[in-house]
Design a protein. Structure first.
Length: 334
């Protein structure tokens, strides 16, 4: 069975070569499995793509390098990588060596039980405090905004069947988020418990701006924020009506009662804040609709490299790449 390992790469020149070597070494120990890798350079600021080209030359016909024309994000890179896979199973993992290739065999064994998608759940996360915080927020949103089987925790280390990824790459939205696309495609999911290793090189590339942008991506996959807006609108309308009735009754009972300017201003500030928040939610949805109408590409591929004899200078077009072009109308080759 051919297993395709897809990895989004960003500023990982020091780790990606070692990760590819470890992956090839691990698969060489497992009977019945072969490995190919698709590495997507998300417009890194270092020599990540040069290292990817070295891997292409070192493992001919086993490693494919994809180079983005600009930074489109981790999840867009994963969808791009899925365009070029040939394996029956697809494994997604990070480029920072916090996921170890030796753990892939646990996914393969779990998939033999008939699941369509298996996620790796970390016993103890080896992230910094900010990444741990954003991960908890992400999990909180996944539970409440994304329909999925009860008890399933989603992560960036996963294994899926080919028909699942083939369905996912048909997505034509503006912002990619892998986990909700899994939930849309199948309910046959499972979790396995894994060790999370410490980062060997550099630090996390997620800052507050990127984390917030990823947070807003959830709105592409759920109408829950709009329902929350309706809830708050109804809640404050009822509260205002009750408060008005109570104030009238109180005035009749005690005509000397004074209405306070401070309490009135506080109430106005609270209600105004909620109103502006709800308008912002609706505006965000309208903005996404306008962006979708302009056919904004999810990603743009600058170069693809898959060679046979160690040649790693450009893209040698083959049948699978041609099929990928047909599947993704927004993917441009230069």
């Amino acid at each position: 069975m051919l297993v395709s390992v897809v990895i989004p790469c960003y500023n990982s020149e020091r780790s990606i070569g070692k990760l590819v070597d470890l992956c090839m070494e691990s698969f060489s120990k497992w009977d019945g499995y072969e490995c190919e890798m698709v590495l997507v350079n998300d417009c890194s600021h270092d020599d990540t793509y040069r290292e990817i080209l070295k891997c292409v030359g070192k493992y001919p016909n086993q490693v494919t390098g994809v180079d983005f024309s600009k930074n489109f994000g981790q999840h867009a890179a994963l969808l791009a990588a899925m365009q070029y896979v040939r394996g029956e199973l697809v494994v997604g993992m990070d480029d920072d060596l916090q996921n170890h290739p030796d753990q892939i065999i646990q996914f393969l064994e779990k998939m033999d039980e008939g699941y369509d998608v298996v996620f790796g759940v970390y016993r103890k996360r080896q992230f910094g405090w900010f990444k741990n915080l954003t991960s908890r927020i992400s999990q909180f949103l996944m539970v409440r905004l994304v329909e999925r089987p009860k008890g399933i925790e989603m992560s960036n280390f996963w294994c899926a069947r080919r028909f699942v990824t083939d369905e996912m790459i048909r997505y034509r939205g503006n912002d990619a988020l892998i986990q909700p696309l899994f939930a849309r495609t199948t309910s046959h999911m499972a979790d396995i418990s894994l060790e999370h290793f410490e980062r060997q090189f550099g630090r996390s590339n997620y800052n507050f701006r990127k984390a917030f942008r990823l947070f807003m991506t959830f709105m592409d996959y759920s109408t829950v924020p709009l329902r929350i807006s309706n809830f708050f609108g109804i809640l404050f309308s009822i509260a205002g009506f009750i408060a008005t009735i109570a104030l009238i009754i109180h005035k009749f009972v005690d005509p000397t009662v004074q209405t306070g300017w401070s309490s009135l201003m506080c109430l106005m500030l609270i209600i105004s804040g909620i109103v502006f928040l709800m308008i912002g939610v609706v505006g965000e949805y309208l903005g996404k609709l306008i962006s979708a109408s302009t056919n904004k590409p999810l990603y743009v591929v600058r170069q693809v490299t898959r060679t046979g004899e160690g040649e790693a200078a450009g893209w040698k077009k083959d049948d699978s790449a041609a099929q990928a072009e047909e599947k993704n109308g927004s993917c441009k080759e230069e």
